[in-house]
Design a protein around this ligand. Structure first.
Ligand code: SF4
Ligand code: SF4
Length: 457
């Protein structure tokens, strides 16, 4: 049975959403009672606690990889959509205001999780904090559902909304109408009919989209509801040329632009910190700042994250965008200049985010045995720290050369796509393209040197 036939089935995605909701609850249950104040113990516990291991080393990488390959596939089975849509049905159904519609709530929520959640309170290392984070997500989805109409949480609040939207522009799949003429002549417009917004299956689009007018992959969460609703059977999920959207005249919002700038800082940190010397270089400036300001305890992580993910990337992009604007043909909107940079750099960053996901999932293979036999993870973590349990690293050693090759293939693929995007950008002077290319080469060069030093020499 093909994917389009599956999407027509009444319970196809809803049943998967119920399954992921159950898993979501079980993950919280397996993590909420598990905690530690010891930083070194947390470094091992994060891998021996089954819930923590699944969330950060498998579930999260799965979301990144599928977004790049398949688009917002994760959204189609996300339990938050199920929850928020349910509460949307029984809630106040207010219209979202301009602040929500600006997309900045998504960017701020994501930055908060990164800076405060991960780099201050270590929600990725302490299972109990991870459970709190998941409960907060759930509470926000319920509240958004109760207050605002449709699926406002998915469209304007979900902290990874922009990330999935931006990466889905590279995907191999898209949901579109088969024939726009059929839509023009369609009298019922089931896919956007207000009377269909709150039914369980075959809803009209509650992501503010009109399927016949979808021009890129960013907003469609592949929920398949319009697919079921269309009485003319005029909607399909089909293959497409990968990275197609990045070659089109995409207009990004400021919230998406800054979201991407912060993500690029995060990806540089995540990939380079796999190599000890790379991490030392990265931490040079944050360490100076922390020491000179005598920042206490956990807040050094806050300073590190603000500097590496927010301040330095913002200054870096701004510098090159402003330099490129000195040579513009005609007056160009500054948002358009930033957009040009973001679209060009995105493939390199996405390729390294993909790599980080692979590194994470493969490097945690040795922990599976212990996480299954001791799901809470205390005993295994103690035994590993006390050297009475040894990790079997055979799989990691075996995979090492293949992952090194994959890393270079990913980087060069990302670089070639980035270069093609720059060369195809219209109405841009060569000297302006030169600055965009320089920015891409700085990122690619940084990753290349790191990969060669870390994996090969
Ligand atoms: S997608 Fe289907 S329901 Fe929507 S306008 Fe087109 S034909 Fe009509
Ligand atoms: S366009 Fe269709 S598949 Fe996409 S979000 Fe709207 S209803 Fe869901």
């Amino acid at each position: 049975m093909g994917i389009n036939q599956l999407f027509k089935k009444k319970y196809f995605l809803a049943s998967l959403q119920f399954a992921t909701l159950l898993v979501f609850i079980l993950l919280i249950y397996g993590a909420i009672g598990v905690t530690t104040n010891n930083k070194d113990f947390a470094l091992v516990l994060r891998n021996t606690n089954l819930s923590n291991l699944i969330v950060w080393s498998y579930w999260w990488p799965f979301i990144i990889v599928t977004a790049i390959i398949l688009g917002r596939f994760w959204c189609s089975i996300c339990p938050m959509e199920l929850i928020t849509s349910f509460f949307g049905k029984i809630g106040f159904r207010r219209k979202p205001g301009t602040i929500l519609k600006s997309g900045w709530i998504i960017t701020l929520f994501y930055t908060l999780i990164l800076v405060v959640g991960i780099h201050t309170f270590a929600i990725h290392r302490i299972p109990r904090y991870m459970a709190y984070y998941m409960l907060i997500l759930l509470a926000v989805a319920v509240t958004a559902g109760l207050v605002w109409e449709k699926r406002t949480f998915c469209t304007y609040i979900c902290p990874i909304g922009h990330l999935l939207g931006l990466y889905s522009m590279m995907s191999l799949k898209q949901l579109r109408v088969k024939d726009t003429d059929v839509c023009k002549n369609c009298k019922t417009k089931d896919c956007i009919s207000i009377s269909n917004h709150y039914i369980f299956s075959g809803r009209s689009c509650t992501s503010e989209l009109y399927p016949a007018a979808i021009s890129d992959n960013r907003q469609c969460i592949l929920c398949g509801q319009c697919h079921k609703s269309c009485s003319k059977d005029n909607i399909e999920i089909k293959k497409r040329t990968p990275v197609l959207d990045l070659f089109s005249e995409i207009k990004l919002s400021w919230a998406e632009i800054f979201f991407f700038i912060f993500v690029s800082g995060f990806v540089v940190y995540e990939v380079l910190s796999e190599w000890k010397s790379g991490k030392n270089i990265l931490m040079f400036l944050p360490d100076i700042l922390n020491n000179s300001l005598a920042i206490p305890g956990i807040f050094t992580g806050t300073v590190n994250a603000m500097l590496l993910f927010v301040i330095i990337p913002t200054l870096f992009y701004s510098l090159f965008v402003l330099l490129s604007r000195l040579f513009l043909n005609e007056s160009e909107n500054i948002k358009t200049s930033f957009t040009r940079f973001v679209l060009a750099i995105l493939p390199v960053i996405a390729s390294m985010h993909f790599l980080k996901s692979i590194l994470k999932t493969t490097s945690r293979i040795p922990y599976w045995k212990f996480a299954i036999s001791d799901p809470l993870g205390y005993q295994s973590a103690n035994a590993i720290i006390g050297n009475t349990l040894t990790l079997n690293k055979t799989a990691i050693v075996f995979l090492f050369p293949y992952i090194s090759i994959l890393a270079l293939v990913l980087l060069f693929t990302g670089l070639i796509i980035s270069m093609l995007i720059i060369f195809k950008q219209k109405n841009v002077k060569k000297v302006t393209k030169f600055f965009t290319l320089t920015t891409v080469m700085i990122y690619a060069g940084l990753f290349f040197i790191f990969l060669i030093k870390w994996r090969i020499f």
